[in-house]
Design a protein around this ligand. Sequence first.
Ligand code: NI
Length: 161
Amino acid sequence: MALRKIRIQGDSVLTKTAKEITGMTGRLRTLAQDMLETMYEAEGVGLAAPQVGILKRIVVIDVSEERNQPVVLINPVITEADGEQTGYEGCLSVPGKSGLVTRPMHVHVKARNLDFEEIELEAEGFFARAVCHELDHLDGHLYVEKVEGELLDPSELEEEE
Ligand code: NI
């Protein structure tokens, strides 16, 4: 396993559409492991392959406090979405910033796992937010496009609390 370099807003790879994965390979397994390691090292809750410069449809997410519940989604698709939540979001590709984004409260996702088996999962609340955020990366979108109001520095948020 190895850490990968996280691409920062302004890098054109973050605006491109990632390609569907047609089958698992050793390289893709290594990529998934590296993405998890990179996400944990950066203390993020999710990472999409374009953020490490790879235009493939794979994302990793871990919204657990214990940081021990990794989720790897290959070719993920949101098949149902309902409800609404508005909350602060950040991104490892937009360091030092945070902004309010409205997302569905619940999503149903179809994807493939590391064995390239079809899986389905339900995501609620913050997990649903993370899924929506990471899937946007696969289509070349950053959350900053959806921010309501100002993009903030999180230190300003702490002062408000
Ligand atoms: Ni992000």
